[in-house]
Ligand binder design. Structure first.
Ligand SMILES: [Zn+2]
Length: 477
């Protein structure tokens, strides 16, 4: 029998606000345990939460970008459960009136495949703390720094049929949220984590099978492997005549397998009720209109525009828009007069190379657009050859800096004195009679050697094209 895998996703995304959702503690990642806390986020009796307005703004912007409808009268609810990482013994979340409903995202993957994934809802909630298990001391310690960090949870319909589709969706989601500036989506710091709901059914069937939920997956690799493993496990069970049990399972990265954690709770088990400490939120049309106006141009629109407006190949447009900071850098460099394709080449080559060698993201780069634009201009004006320009680039990459001053200080300006180039070439030929006769006997390799010698004699500062031409001319004499 052929089986079909059916997957739905719940994605938790930490919002990039400076302070927590209901108090003014910092949301900064890390820090010594229990130093980013106050009576509100540790749930002390008598404290009252106050909603951070930025959280609402970010949630609405995410909803608009995901083509959802915004619930203009929305509320928070209390989700009750006891766990040591949650000192209040309840989480403030949204069940009955989530801020966003009925969105959709179009994803593309592989060789031009695409489909639309439906978003069931998006709601706001607070994060819990972290438990640190110390097997050495046989102790578990609680760090409440993360308590109250704002989250949005984005729930899809069961529209995925493969791990590939899931990854394509997550990449699109990440790109969208990063462009909006609502989250850094750093999976390595837990800013984006997924719960995967998965079931299998005979191909062609319309009914859904019994699903299991895999919690807290925090890398694309883990998600893809967990999906493959769990689909296979369920199919094998059914083919053996056994039942799939509805439960929460844990993916163990080291063992490459999922393990049962607990049977799945229903909403009733959490005894949800309206949060009495936070008044309902009414969103005006004017507020929505203002946020619409503030929406940035998204990656997809930029890719189309770069091809149409600047004539960039699709590949270049894709690379440059992969990080918003990189796209901004490109646009500023072009606005300063750099030829778009030249700017694209420098960004895809030297800039991305420099970033990856330092494990940096574009938004943390010191190099500024005026510096790159000036470097490109110097090459175009014939004042620097491309090789020397790369050396200058490397010298200024870490701290930015005055390119002209650097060139003057190190005497790097290109030698454009054709007389000097010709004279140097003649000297090189006189010093290398063997290579000259090799070349005349048809050995093209000898020509490369002579170019190298001439460039070296000119301290690498000549235009390689001029040296080539002078050499050909002198050898033809
Ligand atoms: Zn606090």
């Amino acid at each position: 029998m052929t089986w079909e895998t059916v997957i739905g996703l719940e994605t938790h995304v930490e919002l990039a606000t400076r302070t927590k959702i209901f108090c003014s503690c910092t949301t900064e990642f890390g820090g010594a345990p229990n130093t980013h806390c106050c009576p509100v986020c540790t749930g002390m009796p008598g404290t009252l939460p106050v909603l951070n307005e930025k959280v609402l703004e970010f949630a609405v912007k995410a909803g608009l970008a995901l083509n959802g409808s915004i619930t203009q009268h929305c509320k928070f609810d209390r989700k009750n459960y006891f766990y040591p990482d949650l000192p209040k013994a309840y989480q403030i979340s949204q069940l009955y009136l989530p801020i966003v409903r009925d969105g959709e995202v179009t994803i593309t993957w592989g060789d031009g495949n695409h489909k639309t994934v439906r978003i069931h809802e998006l709601h706001m909630e607070e994060d819990a703390g972290k438990l640190v298990h110390d097997p050495w001391l046989d102790q578990t310690k609680c760090d409440y720094n993360r308590c109250g960090v704002p989250l949005i949870e984005i729930v899809t319909e069961p529209d995925f049929r493969s791990a590939e589709e899931v990854i394509a969706y997550l990449e699109k989601l990440k790109e969208t949220l990063q462009y909006l500036g609502v989250s850094d989506c750093k999976m390595q710091e837990g800013s984006l984590r997924c719960d995967v709901n998965l079931s299998v059914r005979p191909a062609g069937s319309q009914e859904l099978g019994t699903r299991t939920e895999m919690k807290n997956l925090s890398s694309f690799k883990a998600i893809a492997r967990a999906i493959t493993y769990e689909a296979k496990r369920q199919i094998e069970r059914i083919e053996e005549g056994k039942r799939v049990i509805q439960e929460t399972r844990r993916w163990d990265e080291n063992k490459d397998a999922t393990f049962a954690m607990r049977s799945k709770e229903n909403a009733q088990d959490y005894r949800y009720f309206p949060e009495p400490d936070i008044p309902p939120i009414d969103i005006s049309d004017a507020y929505l209109a203002r946020l619409w106006k503030e929406m940035p141009e998204m990656a997809e629109a930029k890719r189309d525009r770069y091809q149409a407006q600047y004539g960039l190949p699709a590949y270049d447009a894709q690379m440059i828009t992969s990080q918003k900071a990189l796209a901004d850098f490109f646009e500023e460099t072009v606005a300063l007069g750099a030829e778009p394709k030249q700017a694209a080449n420098w960004i895809m080559g030297e800039v991305l190379g420099g970033l990856s060698a330092r494990a940096l993201e574009a938004k943390d780069m010191k190099l500024s657009p005026p510096t790159l634009a000036r470097l490109i201009a110097l090459v175009k004006e014939g004042k620097l050859n491309r090789n020397t320009a790369v050396k200058v680039f490397e010298a200024v990459f870490d701290h930015d800096g005055d390119v002209d001053a650097f060139v003057a200080e190190h005497g790097l300006e290109q030698v454009n004195d054709l007389g000097l180039v010709r004279e140097t070439v003649k000297q090189v030929l006189a010093e290398n009679p063997q290579s000259v006769s090799d070349f005349k006997a048809g050995k093209e390799k000898a020509f490369g050697f002579l170019v190298g010698q001439a460039m070296r004699a000119l301290h690498g500062k000549a235009d390689p094209k001029a040296v080539n031409e002078a050499l050909r001319a002198a050898l033809a004499e």
